[in-house]
Design a protein around this ligand. Structure first.
Ligand SMILES: Cc1ncc(COP(=O)(O)O)c(C=O)c1O
Length: 447
């Protein structure tokens, strides 16, 4: 029997009376039929308040690389909690975590800690502007860099703003942002080296930094085209801009060296979030000594009461040790599992004539649902995705999957954790078979 969600529905109605709109992050309202309330998790599985068990590929928006509630991490946090939960001062743990990052990521010559990647992105922009004495940040359409005024510019411009293919719109999805913020950005097309070169030349001498998600995970799951990272590096070196790799999703998921190790490039600054804390509120700015110079000199302010919180540090130390101890088997193992899941989903789609096309490197992937009549082939960039992805049909299939106990991120992103096994993948595909059959029998395109 498909799952029902009466307990979550009752809690959501109650929440709406005390929590604005019932949720604490706007995106959580997207979950259909209702934002779920969870009771507990273990490894690759999580249980909601209705007792429904899910094989989890949402993984706390990708943060739970080590699965739910790993015992070692729980012990590390508990041990630290008994010694102290917060000092707003120094402790040896922060050096231990920093030294691990140095050992794992060649570009991480120095680090600073924060509580969210949104904060780290703000710090990176400030540092880049101070470093270069320039104002503009170049980013790519569809890339997400947190929810701040600056992080969201150019994230999801609506199709009716796309008329100019050369000067891409600098829009913000939120009200309440002053227009001057938008003018601090240049927006480029992902994986289009010629467009990038033209825009850098057009603003030569004014751009402080180029920021990107090395794999565009927040719009579909689009890997960098061959040579694209090298073009960004070349332009940054040529014009004295800082290269900022936002590895909030890819960090440690793509191995100890993150996506920069996986694809072989060296940024000046790196944003780390999610898996660095395994689900605790922890994030880091890592960079070369040269790029961090203005923090060293004290000219750039970087602060925060809860920075380097000992509970988060204890969790992070445990997480980083897990990744390091796996050596070359990570990310190879989860890549194999992810690819096996992608293949299984493709086979089911074929069996039921559902135009679902999993795309990505397996460690993380997106289930593109092709709109009727659109072309086959990998999605290349944000506009290509909006033109071809059938969000309404995907939402219907996602709900069928949820009702059978398979949970992907609402917009179609799937992540595999170190706790998943081939048995979990097989179990997920057995459940998915029922979901695909029900979707095929009940989906009808809106008139
Ligand atoms: C690539 C990227 N950068 C930054 C952020 C912001 O991270 P946080 O939610 O920890 O502030 C996210 C969050 O999903 C992200 O995916």
């Amino acid at each position: 029997m498909p799952y029902t969600f009466k307990g979550s529905e009752a809690l959501f109605q109650r929440a709406k009376r005390s929590i604005a709109a019932g949720v604490n992050s706007g995106i959580r309202k997207m979950e259909q039929p209702v934002p779920l309330y969870f009771a507990r998790g273990a490894g690759a599985r999580v249980w909601d308040v209705d007792g429904n068990e899910y094989i989890d590929f949402q993984l706390g928006q990708g943060a739970l690389l080590y699965g739910h509630a790993p015992a070692g991490m729980a012990d590390a946090i508990a041990t630290q909690a008994r010694l102290g939960t917060h000092w707003a001062a120094q402790c040896e743990l922060e050096i231990e975590v920093a030294e691990r990052l140095q050992a794992m990521i060649p570009s991480a010559e120095l680090v600073r800690f924060n509580n969210s990647a949104t904060e780290v992105v703000s710090a990176a922009f400030r540092l880049a502007r101070a470093h270069t004495g320039r104002r503009l940040i170049l980013k790519f359409e569809g890339h997400y860099h947190g929810w701040s005024d600056e992080g969201l510019v150019g994230f999801a411009p609506p199709a009716d703003t796309w008329a100019d293919e050369e000067n891409l719109p600098r829009l913000h999805p939120s009200k309440g942002v002053i227009p001057e913020v938008l003018q601090q950005f240049v927006v480029c097309r992902w994986n289009d080296a010629a467009h990038l070169r033209r825009q850098v030349d057009a603003h030569r001498g004014k751009i402080a930094a180029i920021i990107f998600e090395p794999v565009l995970c927040n719009t579909c799951c689009i890997e960098p085209a061959a040579g694209f990272m090298a073009v960004i590096r070349e332009l940054c070196d040529r014009d004295g801009m800082l290269m900022i790799s936002d590895e909030t999703i890819t960090g440690f998921r793509f191995g100890a060296g993150c996506a920069q190790g996986y694809f072989g490039f060296k940024p000046d600054l790196t944003v780390l979030g999610k898996a660095i804390g395994g689900g605790t509120p922890f994030a880091a700015l890592a960079g070369t000594s040269a790029a961090m110079a203005k923090i060293l000199s004290g000219e750039v302010v970087h602060a925060g009461t809860l920075n380097a919180n000992p509970l988060c540090l204890a969790a992070s130390k445990w997480c980083l040790d897990q990744v390091r101890s796996l050596g070359a088997t990570h990310p190879a193992n989860i890549e194999t599992l992810g690819r096996s899941l992608m293949r299984g989903l493709s086979d089911l789609a074929g069996k039921h004539s559902i135009p679902l096309r999993p795309q990505g490197p397996g460690l993380v992937f997106h289930t593109v649902m092709l709109k009727p009549g659109t072309a086959e082939g990998a999605v290349r960039d944000y506009r290509d995705y909006v033109r071809r992805h059938d969000a309404a049909r995907w939402a219907h299939l996602r709900r069928c999957l949820l009702e059978e106990g398979v949970r992907a991120i609402e917009r179609g992103l799937w992540s595999v954790s170190l706790a998943h096994t081939q048995r979990d993948i097989d179990d997920a595909l057995t459940r998915a078979a029922r979901a695909f059959a029900r979707h095929a029998a009940t989906w009808s395109a809106p008139a």
